[in-house]
Design a protein around this ligand. Structure first.
Ligand code: ADP
Ligand code: ZN
Length: 631
């Protein structure tokens, strides 16, 4: 799917001059040469006073869609954001670009809040970030009434959705903006794509006349890889030991315990890894998040409690040690990698136990039957994605309603799995499940069934006399690992169900019958998912032999540029500490890499490098040139 703008009746004529003013702001303030994708249409529409609903994937550049119009239009752009902990960084980043930005939330002292309010009334603020609960106070609404407003931007707009896991009750109150400020344009933004959420945003925020902008949800710079879970800790270490060493990343685990153990395991191997989960005290969480944002190369090991609104651009990998419950979750979590558009990895280790655990959680949850049915459907789609032998990106995008071609940047595209005729094997496995169930009156788990199939004379097997079954030992010619892979694929295809309430007992479904009767052929991927673990591409190894450090290798710099890049990074870290901001607020890796590549001799040369706007040129230009020429 290409980028599209819907609801053309809501199209506004763009007055002359807006296009030029917008482009001028983009170049002067941000130092970017051009808008990307739908940005220009959105910026022009909102600058002309139109309402908009913007759906774009993470990293596509939603912020500019309201920041530029806030500068083009007279008055202050008011940004509603649920993420108090990140407002400071957002405001700092804007100030670094010379934009007059402020925030109002509960972390501000009374005095500071008063100062911001005065500046607001005096028309001295370009962008004001406000937490929703603060915005809804009478004091704040009055302040807004006494100020000149350019627009309202409602960030993370999916927080109005009562069904979503980011639901914020305060967001429901935001329809008041429409009632009290009917003449101020509103733009709602989210990276959550599904039509249901989209409808809810429109309804709850009274955005009936808003023009809808939907961009493609593809993240071409992210490489998707899903491997068979074997020894997850060792597999993770293998992943991180290559070009990802020293890079910032997120490792997602399902439980707090696993988070703690994994973080410790990584630290034992010399990684700068920190835990993050809801069981940690708030100050520890905040400190760990801050280190992740402010220092280079920190690995955050976390539950899904971590991530929303983290706009760190240089997260180079997201690894899942446990499978998310839905494709939406997988997409959202992996989407935190590579916001800066540079090559990044989304890696997951997956096994049958993931299916069992997720199933159990759904069935034991308090939700209604409807909720459980929907959740099971979502889980099935995720399992299908994990077991797929075709392009993962095609599946991912299809899930969000987008058609696409095989991508060439996922494990299945890079190393197409071999297929084999598994009809006979599938029949053996299915009949073994059937026979055991028939003999005992109930099913057994995967390990047990595969043991019987392979003819293991296990104590339990003998005790239950399952060595007497006709299927005992009929699968001895195939190793246990392959049997597990076969089983997983049969589960993914819905031929076998894993009944968690009986400790993962296997049960046949209706769909198994034609295979058992020999009426249906079963083609499966060979060796499950193991092949995907092979080392990737040759470029990195060659570059690594040239002595570059891991980040510059990922950026594709030659040896000399890599040396300059290292100097620039060292300078940036020192400057960031001095200014009390995260390094990427000063310059992104991508921008430093470009400076390193061009090797500017003076300020004139530096001017015009992407990411170097007027304010940064003035503030850091000399220091950048000096850092390049330092020994
Ligand atoms: P989102 O909020 O959609 O996840 P951001 O607004 O954080 O994305 O933008 C992602 C990154 O892309 C940021 O580092 C931003 O500076 C950069 N970016 C956005 N638009 C442009 C552009 N037109 N040219 C160059 N870089 C851009
Ligand atoms: Zn692919």
């Amino acid at each position: 799917m290409n980028d599209i703008a819907l609801n053309d009746s809501a199209l506004r004529p763009v007055p002359p001059g807006i296009e030029a003013a917008a482009l001028d702001a983009l170049r002067r303030v941000w130092g970017y040469p051009a808008f990307r994708g739908l940005q220009q249409s959105i910026v022009e529409h909102v600058s002309a006073g139109g309402d908009a609903l913007v759906l774009m994937p993470t990293g596509a550049g939603k912020s500019l869609c309201y920041q530029v119009p806030s500068l083009v239009r007279a008055g202050t752009g008011v940004v509603v954001s649920p993420l108090i902990a990140l407002m400071q960084d957002q405001v700092d980043a804007l100030r670094e670009n010379g934009v007059r930005a402020e925030y109002l939330n509960s972390t501000l002292s009374m005095d500071d809040a008063r100062r911001v309010e005065r500046a607001m009334r005096a028309g001295e603020i370009d962008l004001l970030y406000v937490a929703p609960e603060r915005l809804l106070t009478e004091r704040c609404l009055e302040l807004l009434e006494q100020s000149r407003l350019a627009l309202f931007a409602i960030d993370e707009a999916h927080c109005v959705s009562q069904w979503g896991h980011d639901f914020r009750p305060e967001y429901l109150g935001l329809s008041v903006l429409h009632e009290r400020f009917p003449q101020v344009p509103r733009v709602a933004l989210t990276a959550t794509a599904d039509p249901q959420t989209r409808r809810e945003i429109r309804e709850r925020l009274a955005l009936d006349d808003a023009r809808e902008f939907v961009s493609s949800f593809d993240r071409p710079n992210i490489r998707y890889t899903i491997v068979e879970k074997d020894e997850p800790r060792r597999q993770l270490l293998a992943l991180l030991s290559g070009e990802l060493r020293g890079q910032a990343g997120i490792v997602y685990c399902a439980t707090r315990k696993r988070v703690e153990e994994t973080a410790q395991g990584l630290r034992d191997h010399g990684y700068d890894a920190l835990p993050y989960h809801a069981g940690l005290p708030a100050d520890v969480r905040a400190a760990n998040q801050s280190r992740f944002l402010r220092e280079d190369g920190v690995v955050m090991v976390a539950t899904v409690a971590f991530g929303m609104g983290i706009d760190k651009p240089d997260v180079r990998f997201v690894a899942h040690l446990d499978m998310p419950k839905s494709v939406e979750g997988y997409y959202q979590e992996t989407g935190r990698a590579g916001r800066d558009g540079l090559p990044s990895q989304a890696w997951m280790a997956y096994g049958l136990q993931d299916v069992v655990n997720n199933r159990r959680q759904i069935d034991e949850s308090e939700g209604s039957d409807d909720y459980k049915r929907v959740s099971r459907g979502k889980l099935d789609a995720m399992v299908g994605m994990a077991e797929a032998d075709g392009c993962r990106r095609v599946l991912l995008l299809r899930y969000f309603g987008e058609a696409s071609q095989p991508c060439g940047n996922c494990d299945n595209c890079l190393h197409p799995p071999e297929r084999w005729d598994a009809t006979e094997a599938a029949r053996k496995l299915l009949s073994c499940i059937y026979r055991i169930r028939q003999a005992s009156g109930f099913g057994y788990g995967a390990h047990y069934v595969i043991g019987v199939l392979r003819g293991d004379r296990d104590e339990k097997v003998l005790e239950r006399r399952h060595d007497q079954l006709s299927t005992f030992g009929i699968g001895a010619d195939i190793d246990a690992r392959t049997w597990h892979a076969v089983l997983r694929q049969l589960v993914a295809r819905g031929l076998v169900e894993v009944a968690h309430e009986r400790y993962g007992a296997l049960e046949l479904t209706e769909a198994a019958a034609p295979v058992l009767r020999g009426q249906e052929q079963v083609m499966l991927a060979k060796a499950g998912l193991a092949r995907a673990e092979r080392p990737k591409g040759g470029r990195s190894r060659r570059a690594a032999a040239g002595g570059g450090d891991a980040p510059s290798v990922a950026l594709g710099l030659d040896t000399e540029s890599a040396e300059r890049f290292a100097k620039l990074r060292a300078w940036r870290l020192a400057a960031a500490r001095e200014h009390g901001v995260p390094p990427y607020v000063i310059f992104h890796d991508a921008h430093l890499a470009e400076i390193a590549r061009r090797d500017p001799a003076d300020l004139d040369d530096l001017h015009g490098v992407p990411g170097v706007g007027a304010a940064k040129l003035e503030r850091y230009g000399e220091a950048v040139i000096a850092a390049l020429h330092a020994d």
